[in-house]
Design a protein around this ligand. Structure first.
Ligand code: ADP
Ligand code: MG
Length: 255
């Protein structure tokens, strides 16, 4: 199956259980949103997928196209086509965006194969234009001194350049003004298609007006309490998370 699949996932940090029986599946070609209040474990899910050493999977599994994701080293997960954009992107002082992305792309090529510089820059500039980024950005250090909006655009630029099979975007909308949000959404929408599955993690419904999901999952206290179509996001906005939580002692699971 071509999907990113999470089955009955349990995650602990220290002796605290954060994710408690979470299941969902994102097929390639679809955009799924995970919505939930602060502290429900959304970023924990993203970090576990990335292979963060502090987060321990105590039960359940994650597969990518039927392969056991958790058995892979973080760099292998990326090489096999998983991309994660974090809620709080790291700064990489001294490494320019141009060199960083080039190294990332180069690392995916077979041994001895070189990337053409002219081809690389043509692609880079094309994607930057799409994201409304000035070319001068290429010579700036990754995220160093960037505004919130600039950091998020840089994350989406990485996504556009790396062309992964699955992308997990953790609160890519947080801290963006409406113009930056529209640009980021436009960037993500232009990357949508049959080759990629996108998991969009968000606290607010707002971004889903611009990136319309195929499926919405509501996460409360470490599990999915409701799943549905795009209208679920609007219903949630109207009725609040207490409504989603109520009567959802048994998780409502789809696929
Ligand atoms: P969300 O992204 O939905 O806001 P998080 O996954 O960031 O939620 O956090 C879920 C819970 O796990 C919170 O109670 C948070 O305090 C706790 N938590 C997250 N990361 C850590 C950590 N590194 N150490 C201790 N507790 C953590
Ligand atoms: Mg979070």
């Amino acid at each position: 199956m071509n999907e990113l699949r999470v089955e009955n996932l349990h995650v602990a940090i220290g002796d605290q259980q954060i994710v408690r029986g979470l299941s969902l599946a994102v097929p390639r070609g679809e955009v799924h949103a995970v919505m939930g209040p602060n502290g429900s474990g959304k970023s924990t899910l993203a970090k576990v997928m990335a292979g963060h050493p502090d987060y321990h999977v105590t039960k359940g599994k994650i597969t990518m196209d039927s392969e056991d994701l958790l058995a892979l080293e973080p760099d292998d997960r990326a090489r096999k086509g998983l991309f994660l954009a974090f809620q709080y992107p790291s700064e990489v002082p001294g490494v320019t965006i141009a060199n960083f992305l080039r190294a990332a792309l180069q690392s995916r090529l077979p041994e001895g194969e070189e990337m053409e510089a002219t081809e690389y820059y043509a692609k880079l500039y094309e994607k930057m234009e799409l994201l409304g980024m000035d070319r001068s950005f290429t010579s700036r250090a990754v995220n160093e001194g960037f505004s919130g909006g600039e950091k998020k655009r840089t994350e989406i630029l990485q996504l556009a350049m790396l062309e992964p099979k699955y992308a997990v975007l953790d609160e890519t909308d947080s801290g963006l003004d409406i113009d930056a949000l529209k640009t980021v959404a436009h960037g993500v929408n232009s990357l949508r298609g049959s080759k990629i599955g996108i998991l969009l993690i968000t606290h607010y419904q707002r971004i889903l007006n611009y990136i319309v999901p195929d499926h919405v999952h509501v996460m409360v206290q470490g599990r999915i309490v409701r799943s549905g179509g795009k209208e679920l996001a609007l219903e949630l906005e109207e009725r609040g998370y207490d409504w989603a939580r109520a009567g959802a002692d048994e998780p409502v699971l789809t696929r």
